[in-house]
Write a protein that binds this ligand. Structure first.
Ligand code: HEM
Length: 272
């Protein structure tokens, strides 16, 4: 937190410090509040990207449909950006399917019931712990037929399908819009630029990848597996290099841009 306060530009530490509500909160609690955003946001989105990569390597059929959409909407001369988002329904469906197929918090998060309740004849007293198990819900084949198949099409066929990867109720993930946007842009750019394929063994044969090999824990991620990111053409390599060279890389400039885009008021130096 102290490092955050010493930077030149805007950041989340300064933003939280500037809020009226923060003034009465003890320093350590404030540090946890800042830290949770990092902790809750970074690993979860990374895991979802690993799951996406796993889906590409083990159930590659969907990549063709995704790349058809990208080539039609974006063309081959530029990297896509957020202005393309509304025209990429298939990629949005890929993001949802990633979060359904292997939910990051597979076992769900315990919640306390705020009032006496009844469900299917079971009495659930106030204060009892209930857990909505994300894995079981997402694998319910009466709602998601053939649930082990990675099929983004299911979200286009039925846009009302439920997705519970971000949890439930008033404690549901506060970062879900950030993460949906991050996943969409990263997944779309990867698929625009690369074919994602299994790695090769010593004999040049594609390695077998187990799509059920996951770590256990609160969040669970795929066990390490090998893949290749194969550029789809020479032109793609040229565009990626050009965009990288032109991209802003100064973190202070980037963060200041976030502040301006969001209309946030926190000044660079905040008095306590
Ligand atoms: C793929 C990405 C993500 C997944 C799968 C995910 C999933 C979840 C889940 C399951 C919960 C608990 C919900 C419940 O209690 O039922 C949660 C809570 C939370 N998430 Fe996320 N999350 C993701 C990304 C993010 C990001 C990017 C941020 C912030 C930038 C974030 C911030 C939070 C916070 C602050 C909470 C606690 C909310 C509360 O207890 O009131 N998450 N997330």
């Amino acid at each position: 937190m102290h490092n955050g306060e010493r930077t030149k530009s805007w950041n989340m530490t300064k933003q939280i410090r500037s809020l009226k509500e923060s003034q009465e909160i003890p320093e350590l609690d404030l540090a946890y509040n800042v830290g949770i955003i990092y902790e809750a946001g970074l690993d979860t989105t990374n895991i979802a990207l690993e799951v996406f990569t796993l889906a590409c390597a083990t159930q590659p059929r969907f990549m063709t449909s995704a790349q058809e959409e990208l080539d039609r909407v974006v063309g081959r001369d530029r990297l896509l950006d957020f202005s393309d988002q509304a025209d990429l329904p298939y990629i949005s469906a890929v993001v949802k399917e990633v979060l359904r197929w292997r939910p990051v918090s597979a076992g769900g998060i315990p919640h306390a019931v705020t009032q006496d309740d009844e469900y299917m004849g079971y009495r659930i007293p106030k204060g009892a712990t209930v857990i909505g198990n994300h894995w079981s819900i997402h694998m319910d084949d009466s709602i998601f037929p053939d649930p082990m198949s990675f099929r983004p099409e299911r979200w286009l066929e039925n846009p009302d399908l439920p997705l519970y990867a971000f949890g439930f109720g008033r404690r549901a993930c506060t970062g879900q819009h950030i993460s949906n946007n991050s996943l969409l842009i990263i997944i779309a750019r990867i698929l625009w630029a690369y074919d994602v394929k299994p790695g090769l063994d010593g004999d040049g044969k594609e390695v077998e990848i187990d799509d059920m090999a996951f770590t256990s824990g609160f969040n669970s991620r795929p066990e390490p597996f090998e893949v290749r990111f194969v550029p789809r053409s020479e032109k793609v390599v040229e565009v990626v290099r050009r965009e990288f060279d032109e991209a802003e890389k100064d973190i202070d400039v980037l963060l200041q841009g976030v502040r301006e885009a969001q209309g946030l008021s926190a000044a660079a130096a905040i008095k306590r």
